[in-house]
Write a protein that binds this ligand. Sequence first.
Ligand code: PLP
Length: 407
Amino acid sequence: MLDVREIRQDFPILKQKIHGKPLVYFDNAATSQKPQVVIDTISEYYQVYNANIHRGIHYLAEQATEAYENARQKVADFINADKSEIIFTRNATEAINLVALSWGRDNIKPGDTIVLTELEHHANIIPWLMLSKEIGCQINYVRIDEEGKLDLVHLNELLKKNPKLLALTHVSNVMGTITPLPRIVQLAQEKGVPVLVDTAQAVSHLGFNVQKIKVDFLAFTGHKMLGPTGIGVLWAKKEILENMRPLLGGGEMINEVSWDEYTLNKIPWRFEAGTPNIAGVVGLGRAVDYLNDVGLYTIREYEKELTDYAMQMLLEVEGISILGPKLAEERGALAAFTLDGIHPHDLATVLDAEGVAIRSGHHCAMPLHQKLGIPASARASFCFYNTKDEVSVMIKGIRKAIGILGK
Ligand code: PLP
C-alpha cells in the first residue's frame, strides 16, 4: 500500500501555494515533479565531485565516472537490458531522431514504407516525416477506433506491405490508450518488421522489460520519470547498435585518431560524443532508485484507482467528454477531455486561479486532434503523489469555470 501523505513529503514543490491556493499539479504527462533525493543528488555532484568523466585519472574524475556509469547500470536494470545498450540522449525526442537519422538513413530506401499510428506524439512523427522528405519513403498510420484503440486488422494489412519499421507509442499522451504491445510485437515479428517503442508516457507508470517485450528500439525521457530535464535514453539491441553509425563526432566516441582517420569507440560511448549531461544522468539514476523503492506494481495500482476515480468524477460534470478508452485498466494515468462550450485554454486559466495545473492545447499531437475534429483538449495527468482530494479540487474548479464561462 502506498502512503501518499508520506510520499508527498518527498516532493518539496508540492508544499507551495499558487495564487494563494495549495498547488494541485495535474500536468505530470508534460513533466513530473522531482523528489528531494533527486534534487540533492544533482546538487551533490556539483558540490562534491564535479569533474569530467572517462578522461581524468584524478580522484574526482574517477568518482564522477563511477557515478555516471552506475546510473547507466540502474537504467539498464530498470528495463532489464544490458548496460552497453543504454545510450544517453537529451530526451526521448533526440532518441527517436537518432534512430531516424542513423539507422533510418542506412536501412530505409526510396519507396520503402514506415508504419506509425494515429496516436503518436510529434516526437514520433516529425523525425520520420523529415526522413521521408529526405529519402522519399512513405509513411502509413495505423487507424484508431472511437475509443482511441489501435485497429489491429489495419495494422496487419500495413505490415503485409513489408514496411522497414513500425514505430509506435506505449501510452498515448492524449487518449491515454495503452497499446497492446505483446500482440503488436508478435504481429510485427511474424513479418520480420523491427519495432521502435516510444515509452515516454509509460516507463515510470507501467515499467518496461525488453526481455519480455522484444522490441528493437526503446525511447524514453528522464523528466517524465521524476528525473531532471535534458536527459533521455535510447535503448536498442546490441546487434543493431554495433552496426549503427554515430550521428555526432568528437571526443568520447573514438578510440584512435590521426589527421586522416579515426576508429570508433565501443557501444554505448560511440553514441555519446562530447561531455555528456553528467548531472542529468546521476539524477536520473537516483530517480530510478526512487521508483524502485516505491515499486512499479504499487505505483500502477495506485494510479489506476486514482485515474478511475478522476474519470468517474469528470463524467458527472455535464458537458464533459473524456477522450480514449473507458476503462482505467486500458489506459495510463491521464484523462484528456473536452467541455461543451468552453475552450480548454479558458478552463485551464480558471483552474490555474484555483491552484490547479492542467494542460490545454493539442499536447504535441496535432494530427490526432484534427482526426478527432477538435482544436484542443484539456488534460489532467497524474502521478502517485496525487490524491482523490486533489481531484475534488479540480472538479470544483471545473464547476466554477462553467459558472463563469458557461452559457
Ligand atoms: N513521446 C510522448 C508520448 C510524449 O508524451 C512526449 C512528451 O510529451 C515525448 C515523446 C517527448 O518527450 P521529450 O520532449 O522529453 O523528448
